[in-house]
Design a protein around this ligand. Structure first.
Ligand SMILES: Cc1cc2nc3c(=O)[nH]c(=O)nc-3n(C[C@H](O)[C@H](O)[C@H](O)COP(=O)(O)O)c2cc1C
Length: 188
């Protein structure tokens, strides 16, 4: 693969909300999950677990555990992936909860593979944890780290008007000179 092709995948990844109800073929979801499996993790601890929900009544239960703002658009998703981890699996190298960082890396792999497959993959933090755990049967001490709505792109007209506008709005990022320091941290 050319570097510019990879860049295209990066730039095409968007947290879109218009999702078709069409099911995702199993071989496609396996490729997406396989991409997550190859993420780096601290001491190769691989703390991530992925609970893939596609069938009723669990799919509806998972959607009911989303915050209302997410329910509005994620209700059409044919698949919800719940990224989970056991905090006790944390590899304490720096006194930071690195299992969350590792799960983030795996999640990004998953999102990017999804984009390369032509899917919309939208990560969410807006959910209620205990109802989400109940919906997927997740035991303690596992925690829900991230919830991803997945599906093929769907009709934008089905979204609320404000969300239709957000769907088409340009993506905004801080400029490099605000987030990068070459050399040491500038003195004030
Ligand atoms: C950890 C995390 C939590 C997020 N939670 C939500 C959410 O609950 N609802 C939502 O609509 N978008 C959510 N997003 C999507 C972000 O709003 C989105 O990534 C950001 O605005 C940048 O847009 P882009 O992903 O299209 O580049 C979340 C993203 C991340 C990484």
């Amino acid at each position: 693969m050319q570097a510019n092709e990879f860049n295209e995948v990066l730039l095409n990844r968007r947290s879109l909300r218009a999702l078709a109800t069409t099911p995702i073929p199993r071989e496609m979801s396996l490729r997406v999950l396989e991409a997550a499996r190859w993420a780096p993790s601290c001491s190769n601890s691989q703390p991530w677990r992925f609970v893939v929900i596609e069938d009723e009544p669990e799919l509806n239960a998972v959607k009911s555990a989303l915050k209302p703002g997410n329910q509005k658009w994620a209700s059409s998703a044919p698949m919800i992936i719940v990224v989970c981890a056991n905090p006790e699996d944390d590899y304490l190298a720096s006194g930071q909860p690195l299992y969350l960082f590792d799960c983030g890396l795996a999640t990004e792999n998953l999102l990017l593979q999804g984009v390369a497959e032509g899917l919309v993959m939208h990560p969410m933090a807006g959910w209620e944890e205990q109802p989400m755990k109940d919906a997927i049967g997740l035991p303690d001490p596992y925690r829900v780290v991230c919830v991803i709505a997945a599906g093929f792109p769907g009709p934008v007209e089905n979204l609320d008007v404000d969300l239709q506008e957000r769907e088409k709005s340009p993506r905004v990022r801080k400029p490099l000179d605000e987030i990068v320091v070459f050399g040491t941290w500038p003195k004030v």
